[in-house]
Design a protein around this ligand. Structure first.
Ligand code: AMP
Length: 226
């Protein structure tokens, strides 16, 4: 089963992707995570990507598109994948459609988590990253996923791991820039969403309201994947 999941930063897209992964066992490919791992590892790719990411800009297409298309052709992805964070603009979407056609790769589902821009912005600055597992959601403003306090410090509510913030989550200009890109239906991510909504054939589109609780959003997403 091949799935692309869309949603603005702050919509809970990563959380839902992780839940789908857990249920179906397919690799959850998050372009943002790949970049951050490369930055952490000090690789050439990481060095190139960092200057864009810190400002909230997209990493250039000539780096990102081949990186993703190669990843999807790895053995681990042959039974299915969940792609999260790509495509991020119209050019990436068109390259993806073209690349999939060339490889005879089907697309089963397009999941779109919808969230008004002002709600997405509020959610971003409170989220915290667990050092042990990127899929442990923590947010200081939501009771259901609030970090816990240990020795006077906030730690991961799932595993007690150390928490950190993302530089691009605390910089309001960078947050705005990422949302400018997401909500742009001319050449940005909403344009990419529209490219994939128009693919047709056996591709099913699942539109989900991202405002209710994580569980309700999960129910709507998993209900659509049947
Ligand atoms: P995310 O974790 O999805 O919020 O991504 C963090 C940052 O990584 C984005 O703000 C971009 O700078 C970069 N990034 C992630 N996915 C892409 C993509 N598909 N194309 C270009 N840049 C990306």
């Amino acid at each position: 089963m091949n799935i692309i999941i869309f949603g603005p930063n702050g919509s809970g897209k990563g959380t839902q992707g992780a839940i789908i992964k857990e249920k179906y066992g397919f690799p959850h490919i998050e372009t943002g995570v790949i970049f951050r791992e490369n930055i952490g590892g000090g690789t050439e790719l990481g060095k190139k990507a960092k200057e864009y990411i810190d400002k909230g800009d997209l990493v250039p297409d000539d780096i990102t598109i081949p990186m993703v298309l190669n990843k999807l052709q790895e053995d681990a992805c042959k039974d299915g994948w969940i792609l999260d964070g790509f495509p991020r603009n119209k050019a990436q979407a068109e390259a993806m459609v073209e690349g999939m056609k060339k490889e005879g790769m089907p697309l089963d589902y397009v999941v779109e988590i919808q969230l008004p821009r002002e709600v997405a912005k509020l959610r971003i600055t409170g989220r915290r990253l667990c050092a042990n597992d990127n899929n442990h959601p923590n947010h200081i403003a939501f009771d259901a996923i609030k970090p816990v306090e240990k020795d006077g410090k906030l730690v991961c509510r799932v595993c007690g791991g150390e928490l950190s913030t993302r530089a691009d989550d605390q910089d309001l200009d960078a947050v705005d820039k990422r949302h400018d890109i997401y909500y742009d239906d001319n050449t940005g991510t909403m344009a990419a969403v529209n490219v994939f909504k128009a693919v047709g054939g056996n591709t099913k589109v699942i539109e989900v309201n991202g405002e209710p609780s994580i569980q309700e959003v999960t129910d709507a997403v998993l209900g659509g994947l049947k």
